[in-house]
Every structure is written in C-alpha cells, then in structure tokens.
Design a protein around this ligand. Structure first.
Ligand code: FEO
Length: 166
C-alpha cells in the first residue's frame, strides 16, 4: 500500500497529466482555427498521450491498493499570439512536468518506496523524449521565424509524420 504522502502526490500528478492533455487539446483547437492542421494533429496526439500518462497513475494507485481521487482542472488558455508562442508554452509545460516527476522520484526515495521509484522511471525516460520532441519543433519554428511558407512546410510535415509523435 502507498503511504498517504505518495498517494496524495500521485493523485495530484494524475490530475496534472490530464490537465496537460486539456491544455494540448485547447492548443489543437486553436491551431485548427489558424488552418494549421498538421500542428493541430500533433497536439491532439500529444493530448491523447497525456491521458495515457494519467491512466498509468490511475492504474498504479489501484495496483498498490490505494485509490484515485480526481482534482479540479483549471480552464486552459484558448488563444495565442502566434504558433511559436503556443509551442513555447508546450515546451515550458513539459519542463514543469519533468520537474514534478523528479520531485516524485525524490519523495518515493525518501519514503523508501522502491516499487514507486521503479514505476516512476518510465516517466523519467518519457520526459527526456517529450522535451526533445517539443524542443525540436520549437527550434525549427525559431529558424522559420515569420516566413509563412516555412511554417506551411512545417505544418505539412507534421501532418504526414509529426502527428504520430508527441
Ligand atoms: Fe505527461 Fe507530456 O507529460
């Protein structure tokens, strides 16, 4: 069974993962209004992954004879000044997720909960990939700048391949 402290922290992270999906769905909806369907598909896929992450915590809580408790999810931003601003927010958000996952690892280590440390390792590795993928797209957007054909090309590329990554 999980300690009360870990149960509370894991429930908070489960909610935060679902909140991440909510933010990315809001971004996807905005990208649709901008006719950037490749970016939208990428964000939709990313949102689905976040729900999967939340579900991993949900399942683990019951595997450890504890229970899930869903917290409130704040209203996400609905508009952005530019596509690059939205992607930058996604990158900053992923860094925050990483920070939280690392805090959970420290908590599990302090509580000497080896099973939870092992469970969290998947998230530690996943965050390396998540930050790398978002950073790659953000960096390419910085190169493109205000050059609209470059953005169009990037959108087409995400439509054909990027939507399968997150
Ligand atoms: Fe589940 Fe993108 O962090």
């Amino acid at each position: 069974m999980l300690s009360k402290k870990i149960q509370k922290a894991f429930n908070e992270q489960m909610t935060f993962e679902l909140y991440s999906g909510y933010i990315y769905m809001s971004m996807a909806a905005w990208f649709r209004t901008q006719n950037l369907d490749g970016f939208a598909a990428w964000m939709e896929n990313h949102a689905r992954e976040e729900v999967t992450h939340g579900m991993k915590f949900y399942t683990y809580l019951y595997d450890r004879l504890s229970s899930a408790e869903f917290g409130a999810i704040a209203k996400p931003k609905t508009t952005w000044k530019s596509p690059i601003e939205a992607v930058k927010q996604a990158f900053d958000h992923e860094q925050e997720v990483t920070r939280r996952i690392h805090e959970l690892v420290e908590l599990a280590e302090n509580e000497k909960d080896h099973a939870s440390v092992s469970f969290l390792q998947w998230f530690v590795d996943e965050q390396v990939e998540e930050e790398q993928v978002v950073d790659e797209i953000y960096s390419r957007m910085q190169l493109v700048g205000d050059f609209k054909p470059g953005l169009f090309f990037l959108d087409r590329e995400l439509a054909s391949s990027g939507a399968s990554q997150a």
